[in-house]
Design a protein around this ligand. Structure first.
Ligand SMILES: Nc1ncnc2c1ncn2[C@@H]1O[C@H](COP(=O)(O)OP(=O)(O)O)[C@@H](O)[C@H]1O
Ligand SMILES: CC(=O)OP(=O)(O)O
Ligand SMILES: [Mg+2]
Length: 399
């Protein structure tokens, strides 16, 4: 059966069409820098030999326009993979926030859509977009089953001492204020790959998902035991436009200086992180600025790497050991200089990077640690779409 997967991130839209249960991708697409003058689309048709790639700049104002482009390319008379909408039997949607209610793949019903909507304020860059994608897919593929795979689901194994905040109990019991954690589909996918590569099902792993949003997760024996994002995807590491951890007193200070709560929310989600520090949010542009001698870019990269290093230290302690450090997502997979900076001076944790291995690139899992090092450093291309297709198929046809 054909399962279409839609993965809307904060700055990108990714999609893949799979023939399941063979896990065979038939086509894939990536739309990046949505909402900027630099937006572009790359659509790959994998059924032709060699694979055919269509790549072009386009005006893609928002994720809705991105999905329209996807539908147009999927069903194009010449290059389309499908000839009728009914060929798509299921659509798997990445949904970022599922609260405490969803610990696995979920068939989308009106009640599930309401639950996703109720979580808009907690994931303002994501859940509204994910919801929009569901509505468009329901209209475009009316006979397909729509399935949600939540970023939060993988982290539901965290112990209470990791997911609870030290605030009054009723705020958890009545309002659900706790750590949820995000990027779970990616952390699950790469940590399973790493365990298989190491041949160690009980491996102690630290998984670094560095994209536009960034998070780090401690994984033990295949389960998330702690993660850096919190109640919302705003906490933890420094990100493209999000601050990550800050002292909450800063918020009260800003409000007493005249900011409205909405303005503070916008400031911390959209105007902070690398964007706030440098005026740029895309790591490729920040690298160019660094090469041009931009000192704000140099400091921002130091802050970004330093925050990651602090979390690696914390999670090595939480795991009480470490088998491998995993790098994934746009920055983690492609930015060798950032991997080098993160891994420098972590000798105390037996983390030693091999610079020449680190400077190569590959679409396969690879070890960039020094020969014989006790802790492996693995670069693992994530594939959230494949993980979503597998979980969607499992929901429809449990094994
Ligand atoms: N070759 C590269 N070098 C450095 N950074 C890169 C490269 N390619 C992509 N990136 C970074 O990856 C980020 C996007 O990562 P991705 O995982 O696709 O993000 P998201 O899913 O959050 O939209 C971009 O903001 C860009 O900074
Ligand atoms: C949760 C999150 O931050 O996702 P993304 O990195 O795709 O924006
Ligand atoms: Mg992403």
């Amino acid at each position: 059966m054909y399962i279409l997967v839609i993965n809307a991130g904060s700055s990108s839209l990714k999609y893949q069409l799979f023939d399941m249960p063979s896990d065979k991708p038939l086509c894939s697409g990536l739309i990046e820098r949505i909402g900027t003058d630099e937006a572009f689309i790359r659509h790959k048709i994998l059924t032709s030999v060699p694979a055919q790639t269509i790549e072009r700049k386009a005006t893609i104002a928002d994720h809705t326009a991105g999905l329209q482009q996807m539908v147009y390319l999927l069903s194009d008379a010449q290059i389309g993979i499908i000839h009728s909408a009914d060929e798509i039997q299921a659509v798997g949607h990445r949904v970022v926030h599922g609260g405490e209610r969803f610990a696995g793949a979920t068939l989308i019903t009106p009640a599930v859509k309401e639950a996703i909507k109720a979580l808009f304020p907690l994931a303002p860059l994501h859940n509204p977009v994910n919801y929009k994608c569901i509505e468009i897919a329901e209209k475009t593929f009316p006979n397909a089953r729509q399935i949600a795979i939540f970023d939060t689901a993988f982290h539901q194994t965290m112990p209470a001492y990791a997911f609870r905040y030290a605030i009054p109990e009723e705020l958890y019991a009545e309002d659900g204020i706790r750590v949820y954690g995000f990027h779970g589909t990616s952390h699950k996918y790469v940590s399973e790959k790493a365990s298989a590569w190491l041949g160690k099902p009980d491996a102690k792993l630290i998984s670094l998902h560095l994209g536009n949003g960034c998070s780090i997760t401690a994984v033990q024996a295949g389960k998330s035991i702690d993660t850096s994002m919190g109640f919302s995807p705003l906490a933890g590491l420094v990100m493209g436009t999000r601050s990550g951890d800050i002292d909450p007193a800063i918020i009260f200070h800003l409000v007493s200086n005249g900011y409205s709560p909405d303005e503070v929310n916008d400031l911390l989600n959209k105007q902070s992180g690398m964007q706030g520090l440098t005026g740029l949010n895309d790591m490729r542009d920040i690298r160019k600025a660094l090469e041009a001698g931009n000192r704000a870019a140099a400091l921002a990269l130091d802050i970004y790497a330093y925050r990651i290093r602090k979390y690696i230290g914390a999670y090595a302690a939480v795991l009480n050991g470490l088998d491998a450090l995993l790098f994934t997502a746009g920055v983690g997979e492609n930015d060798s200089a950032m991997r080098e900076q993160v891994c420098s001076s972590l000798d105390v944790l037996n983390i030693h990077l091999d610079s020449s291995k680190n400077s190569t690139s590959s679409s396969e899992i690879r070890d960039v640690s020094r020969a014989g090092a006790a802790v492996k450093i693995l670069v693992i291309p994530t594939n959230e779409e494949l993980e979503i297709a597998i979980q969607s198929f499992e929901l429809l046809f449990p094994s």
